[in-house]
Structures are given as C-alpha cells and as structure tokens.
Design a protein around this ligand. Structure first.
Ligand code: PBG
Length: 360
C-alpha cells in the first residue's frame, strides 16, 4: 500500500510512506522553528565569566582572550550594570592576583585583600539584582599553580585540598555569593562544602554548582590559564590526576553521580563544544538537575580567530554553537560571548533571523 513499517529502538512503530518527504514539514519559517525542541536562548540562561583582579581600578586587556578584560572592584560594577541593562542576570567570578603574592596554600583566594571577596561585596551592594556565582579553586592563587594542595611527594593531597577549599567556599558564601562552584574535581568537595554551608546555616541561601564533569583539556583551557595567570611562568601543569581523561565516558558518568550523591544543586560539563555527547548523557541521567555547559576560553579563541580570519561570520557561528549546546541538553550556558549574544538578542533583526535561519 505504499507504506512500510519500521521499529524505532524503543519499540515505537512508525508507518512511513515509501516515498517519504520531509521538506514539507519545515518549509515555512514557523514550521522550521516547530521542528526544533526548546533551544531558545534567553538571557536568564546565560552566565558571564568575569576576571577580577586585586588592582582596584584596573581595566586590563587579556592577550589570549581578545575583547575580554580583567577588572578591579572599582571598575567592575559599571561594566556589569551596563550589561544588565541588556539583560545580563548572572556572573561567575574568577580572581586574579597582581599584587598579592601566591603561596602554597593559596591564601589570596579568600584572605586579606581577596579580589573575589571584595567583588562579591561590592556587587551585592551595588547590583542587588545580579546573581553572583564564584569559582572555588586554588589554581590562580597557589605558587605551584595546582588546583589544590600538594603532599610531600608533589601529588594532589585530596583531603587537605577539600578542607582548604570548603573553607574558601564558606568565605565566599558569607560574603554574599549566591552560588559557589567548586572546579577542582577533588573527591568529596561538594559534600564538604554542603556540610560547611549547613553548619553555618547558609544552606538555605547558597547553592552548589558542581563542575562535576570537567575534562583535563590542556588545550581548550590554555587561554584561561594566561588570563587568570593560573599557570606559573614557563611551567606546564598537568591536572590529569584530578580532571577527567578526555576520552572517558564511564568515568564522566561516575563523576556526575558522585556529585549528585554529595548533594550538588546543579551540574556542569566542561569544555563545551567537543563534549556535547557527554552533555546529552548527563542530562538524560540527571534530568532533574539544571545542567550548565562552559564554553571555555579555547573555544572562544577558536571562534574569534576563525571569524577574524574569514572562515565564518562570528555572530552566526556563536549563535549556532549556543543553539547546539541547548539542543544537547544544557539549561544554562557559561560563555565569554555572553555580551555579544545579549547584544544580538536585543537586536530585533537577529531575533527574527534566529527563527528563520537558512530558510529558503
Ligand atoms: C580552575 C578553572 C579553569 C577553568 C575554569 N576554572 C582552568 C583549569 O582547570 O585549568 C577554565 C575555563 C576556561 O578555559 O575558560 N580550575
């Protein structure tokens, strides 16, 4: 009768005309948009990573990340206020030390003069509607450049690192952070932070966003490491003892399961574009946890320089990657392109274009 049947892998039967036609189903811009799932890009689902230095009035260019800057606590609020007028809702803070010396325990992270603590206070005071999340890690503050503390053999000392970073998270929480985001991949860090928050009676106000599935991407994190000055000069740091092997899937699932078990409120996969299979699998396994994806520094540079060199249009490329990250299952996108995307979303022409991309 001109139709034939096939069974989908889950056992649903489809009847498909022998000469089946698909183009009719997306011929109109509106029907095209109906063929997509919820891949809307909403300012509420975007988070901007921000580098804050201990030089108050700084506005510094970052060679490795064109158009991204490091700010001091005096210059940051104005810049973010402007972005908020375009829809910015949340930031992720990273501290950078220019003046305070680095030491073995990374005391610049949360001690006297900590740029992150100062930034949390000033942002909560001046921009009360902005959600403030903070990276919790030591790599930008330790003289070794490692994400945690080392034992006498020079290996990651997990127990000591967890204790140190749980204390760091508590300082940020007390200063007013809404979200603390441990990024060191230490075993037990999420549970330890939760415990601190509960004892300080801050658990009702402060959430834990776990960088649960963070791969040891020495290449895609490269520009960040110079932006955050988190790799000592001339030293190549291997974080493979704690970050995941890039080809791992089973271990990635176990890492997410570990952090869910320890009470993570939200999960993250990082880097983004090359890891979309892991994003989908993590979302499928933990559909009830908001899932973040971090489009990291190397991805930013790759797109930026690709466009600079005429390979493609930057705006089109960025919007395509954002849509694909949403399709893969990411609820929230952390990206240095957030200002550009907010600009585009504010631009009516672009909103139209989003719905009608490539329509003929
Ligand atoms: C700190 C941290 C890193 C990034 C976010 N948090 C660097 C690293 O693990 O080496 C990378 C972000 C980026 O590349 O944009 N542990």
């Amino acid at each position: 009768d001109g139709t034939w049947s096939l069974y989908h892998s889950v056992g649903v039967m489809y009847s498909v005309p022998t000469e089946h036609r698909l183009h009719s189903g997306y011929a109109h811009p509106l029907t095209r948009s109906w063929q997509e799932g919820n891949v809307d890009i909403d300012p509420k689902k975007l988070m901007l990573p921000v580098f804050v230095t201990d030089v108050e009035d700084a506005i510094e260019d970052i060679d490795s990340l064109p158009d991204v800057k490091r700010y001091g606590v005096a210059t940051l609020p104005g810049v973010l206020k402007d972005l908020m007028s375009k829809g910015l809702k949340s930031v992720l803070l990273f501290g950078v030390l220019n003046r305070i010396p680095k030491d073995e325990s990374g005391s610049g992270a949360d001690g006297e003069g900590s740029p992150v603590v100062a930034a949390i206070r000033v942002l909560r005071d001046k921009l009360p509607d902005l959600l403030v999340a903070c990276d919790v890690c030591l790599c930008a503050y330790t003289s070794t450049g490692h994400c945690g503390l080392l034992n006498s053999d020079g290996q990651h000392d997990n127990a000591a690192s967890v204790k140190r970073m749980a204390a760091q998270a508590l300082v940020y929480a007390r200063a007013g952070a809404h979200i603390v985001a441990p990024s060191s991949m230490s075993d037990g860090i999420v549970g330890a932070i939760k415990k601190e928050l509960v004892s300080a009676k801050l658990d009702g106000r402060v959430a834990v966003l776990s960088y649960a599935v963070k791969f040891a991407s020495s290449c895609f994190y490269g520009p960040f490491r110079s932006a955050a000055q988190s790799a000592p000069k001339g030293v190549t740091i291997s974080r493979e003892g704690y970050q995941l092997p890039v080809g791992s899937r089973g271990l990635a699932h176990r890492a997410a399961a570990r952090d869910v078990e320890e009470g993570a409120d939200m999960l993250m996969v990082k880097p983004g574009m090359a890891y979309l299979d892991i994003v989908r699998e993590t979302k499928d396994r933990f559909p009830n946890h908001p899932l973040f994806i971090y489009q990291v520094s190397g991805e930013y540079s790759m797109l930026f320089h690709g466009a600079e060199n005429g390979a493609f249009d930057l705006e089109d490329a960025v919007m395509e990657t954002f849509k694909c990250m949403r399709r893969a299952g990411a609820d929230v996108i952390i990206s240095y392109f957030t200002p550009l995307v907010l600009e585009l979303l504010n631009n009516h022409r672009m909103i139209e274009k989003l719905g009608t991309n490539h329509s003929s």
